[in-house]
Write a protein that binds this ligand. Structure first.
Ligand code: ADP
Length: 804
């Protein structure tokens, strides 16, 4: 125990004499401990009298808590037995008759007996004094340290305890005093405090205080947790609210609130101006109302906004007036396209019918042909001649119905389908609408796009086309749809039924010359800002570009190469060389690089086992070489060259045919058991399929087996049956053009295709010798030449078999 504290103790306990009889003041709601100083308000008559008595003597009074604070006139039984002797330090009479005293606790005392109860209590007391310790036990030390720490913890939890008290507590070294001081500052309930007060043993008292403290700490911790949880809940919603309010304030400050109102007004005007059908108008206004109610930055608001914008931007009632002057239309078509007379005729007829019958529910035009033959540009010309807008979308690779019809708005990032997008792009509700690559639509688990397309193209249904995104019907009945395709076959047949096919075939070299001279060169010169004076391309130059730099059915690459030349010249002109550039067939390579194609297809001489077939691919006609070779073996057939299933089967059929004809071909039937046959179609990068190479394969096989060469300038096309009948094929014109490009002289064709010869330009018909056939025998008669001198493998094998 420190000397200071001891001194105070001596002063207080030692020096102050406490009489054995004292007036008693029952206290209602607090237990007073020694050393406490506190004000008390006193109103009851008994109490005032007791105070008067004390003041008239040594100012001392016994302060004891009463058991129930509601008891107004307590009897001795209502008052606890132990209290604290207090010294009245100051007294103040209040105007309302009560008095206020300031008392300080001095020492604990026990009531022995009530000497007087009227007019105030007088009691006999025994003073209770704590034992003093010379040296504290370990337990007492620990207890004291614990209490001090607990108190600090409580402060950290937010319990209000005066800093002065904390300092005193820190320095106290007496368990009893510590217990009293802490207990008196915790604001305990009367019963609890009284319990502490009554414990005589100071160590026990301190233990009780620890117990109370830890309970209090638990209580505080729980209280804090509950509070913070509750705050968390409120915080979240409140935070958002506050942030929004703040944002609003900022927006207002920045003038954005005005902007929002302006935007909404703007949308409203746009809705009015869009002159939508009533149903659509209603929907638009409904969505606008929703938007007004939403917070500007909510994710949904931007969705609704985009939707309204789509609605107002669609040309619900905007249309162009048709110019149905057929003569003018013809002029436009002629101005844009070389030749194509039949097709132009057909288009003009179509427009003529339209003129007479305004709402024509006629078929949809479908341009079929290889790339670069002018399908798109015809569409554009039609639009130009009618005075309509032109839009074009590609159906290539469309596998999902939603690409045609759009996604429902519930999907994030949903948009209308391609049809509605095209219409918006056109800006009028009656454009010429070109659907490219109708032969390249696919169908899979995501739905069949062609079903949606059918609805678009069907004049009975398309006046109320429903897009999933737009959600309200749009009238497509004034749109003039034109489809394009490279080939007819892959187009779904339901679609095919709706269409009127106009076939455009590849161009001959002469036609290409005409197109280049009259259209492409002029157009490219103009596009590059130069003129004929700068660049003059002679016929021979153009011919060289066509034959050595392009190999195509259309004129797309031709146009590209011409553009290439123009660009190079334009650059030189721009650099200051304002002169005429002479590009001839001889110096062309300086501008375009070395020739990209040669007539390498032309064979050097007649060969055994190599026949020339004709194929029709989506890029036009092609010639194919079919090679067969015989090796010793066990009767196998190998087919290579990246062939499709149909073509492989066709090869097998050809093989079977040749085997069945062994005798006629001069072969021993058993020969086949001792040889292997390999059929190969080179240029494996080009996928090849279809039955039309049948007779070429059979010829190649027959040639290899009989060792008779095939004429190098003979090409053939036709399907073959097992019995050797030759069946008709398609794309004769394209094939003829390819044969011509490859320098072929004779073309064997199925007899049934003879009627198609008419489509072939006269000059080609003149240069090519077409031989119509019905059977394989006729084919071989034309194609096979006399036997080669050296005997072939098959012959040798045949001879071996014969000799055996
Ligand atoms: P497609 O749509 O058939 O693939 P494009 O219409 O794109 O072909 O034609 C390619 C280019 O060739 C265009 O610039 C087009 O004007 C031009 N073209 C094609 N055929 C002709 C023609 N008969 N007369 C004039 N230009 C043509």
């Amino acid at each position: 125990m420190s000397d200071d504290v001891k001194e105070i103790e001596d002063q207080e306990e030692g020096q102050i004499e406490i009489p054995s009889t004292l007036p008693l003041l029952p206290v209602r709601d607090i237990v007073i401990f020694p050393y406490m100083i506190l004000p008390l308000f006193v109103g009851r008559e008994v109490s005032i009298k007791a105070i008067d008595d004390a003041l008239s003597g040594n100012r001392m009074i016994l302060l004891v808590a009463q058991k129930d604070l509601n008891t107004d006139n307590p009897e001795p039984a209502d008052i606890y037995d132990i209290g604290t002797v207090g010294m009245i330090m100051r007294m103040l009479k209040l105007p309302d008759g009560r008095i206020k005293i300031l008392v300080q606790g001095i020492a604990k005392a026990k009531i022995d007996e009530y000497i007087q109860t009227d007019p105030y209590f007088q009691v006999k007391i025994t003073r209770l004094v704590d034992t003093t310790f010379e040296k504290l036990t370990l337990e007492q030390e620990a207890l004291m340290r614990n209490v001090k720490e607990q108190l600090e913890k409580m402060v950290s939890f937010g319990k209000m305890i005066l800093p002065d008290i904390m300092v005193i507590v820190e320095n106290l070294e007496d368990p009893g005093k510590l217990a009293d001081l802490v207990a008196s500052n915790l604001g305990l309930k009367v019963e609890t405090a009284q319990e502490v007060l009554e414990i005589e043993d100071s160590t026990e008292r301190l233990k009780k205080v620890t117990e109370i403290l830890s309970k209090e700490i638990d209580l505080l911790a729980t209280q804090q947790r509950i509070q913070s949880e509750a705050r968390g809940e409120i915080d979240k919603t409140q935070r958002e609210y506050f942030l929004r309010e703040q944002l609003k304030a900022i927006q207002k400050e920045l003038g954005e609130e005005d902007e929002r109102i302006e935007e909404l007004n703007d949308l409203r005007t746009k809705i009015e101006e869009a002159k939508m059908p009533e149903k659509v108008n209603k929907e638009a206004l409904k969505q606008l109302k929703r938007l007004e109610r939403m917070h500007q930055d909510a994710a949904e608001a931007s969705m609704v906004r985009t939707y309204i914008e789509w609605l107002v931007e669609l040309p619900w009632s905007k249309s162009t007036t048709d110019n149905l002057d057929i003569k003018a239309a013809k002029k436009v078509l002629d101005a844009d396209h070389y030749d194509l007379e039949k097709i132009k005729e057909r288009i003009l007829e179509y427009l003529g019918v339209r003129k007479l019958k305004e709402k024509m529910k006629g078929p949809i035009l479908c341009f079929v042909g290889p790339p670069g033959v002018g399908k798109t540009s015809l569409g554009k010309s039609i639009a130009r001649s009618l005075g309509r807008e032109f839009v074009r979308i590609s159906l290539g690779g469309v596998r999902d119905e939603a690409e045609i019809r759009g996604h429902r708005r519930t999907y994030i990032g949903a948009l209308p389908g391609r049809i509605i997008q095209g219409i918006k792009q056109a800006g009028s509700n009656n454009p010429v609408f070109m659907l490219d690559e109708a032969d390249k639509i696919g169908a899979d688990f995501r739905g069949d796009p062609s079903a949606a397309l059918l609805e678009v193209l069907d004049p009975e249904q398309n006046n109320s086309f429903s897009d999933h995104y737009i959600g309200v019907p749009f009238d497509l009945s004034n749109v003039m749809f034109i489809t394009t395709a490279n080939q007819m076959d892959p187009i779904p047949s339901a679609l095919k039924d709706r269409m009127e096919v106009i076939a455009l075939s590849g161009y001959t070299e002469e036609e290409k010359m005409g197109i280049a001279k009259n259209y492409l060169v002029k157009r490219q010169l103009e596009e590059h800002g130069i003129n004929e004076k700068h660049l003059n391309l002679s016929d021979s130059t153009l011919k060289k570009i066509i034959s050595s730099y392009t190999r195509e059915a259309g004129v797309r690459n031709l146009e590209r190469e011409i553009a290439n030349l123009c660009r190079k010249v334009a650059r030189k002109v721009a650099e200051g060389e304002d002169r005429s550039f002479r590009i001839t067939a001889d110096n062309l390579h300086k501008y375009l690089g070395p020739p990209k194609f040669m007539h390498e297809e032309e064979q050097e001489k007649d060969q055994v086992g190599v026949s020339t077939g004709l194929a029709w691919t989506e890029v036009g006609g092609e010639i194919l070489f079919i090679e067969s070779t015989i090796i010793k073996g066990k009767g196998g057939l190998t087919i290579t060259g990246h062939l499709g299933e149909v073509m492989k089967e066709s090869a097998q059929a050809a093989m079977s045919y040749v085997r069945s004809k062994a005798k006629e071909l001069g072969l021993n039937e058993d020969t086949f058991a001792n040889i292997d046959v390999h059929v190969h179609v080179p240029a494996g990068a080009i996928p090849k399929d279809g039955p039309s190479a049948g007779i070429a394969m059979a010829t190649s096989l027959a040639s290899a087996l009989t060792n008779r060469p095939i004429g190098k300038d003979v090409a053939m096309t036709g399907e073959v049956t097992l019995r050797g009948r030759v069946l008709p094929i398609g794309g004769l014109k394209e094939k003829a053009l390819a044969a011509r490009r490859a320098g072929i002289k004779t073309v064997i064709i199925p007899k049934e295709n003879q009627k198609d010869l008419e489509e072939i330009p006269k000059n080609i018909r003149k240069t090519l010798n077409f031989v119509p056939v019905e059977t394989m025998d006729e084919v071989l008669a034309v194609a096979l030449k006399a036997k080669a001198e050296e005997p072939g493998v098959a012959e040798k094998a045949s001879a071996v078999v014969a000799n055996a």
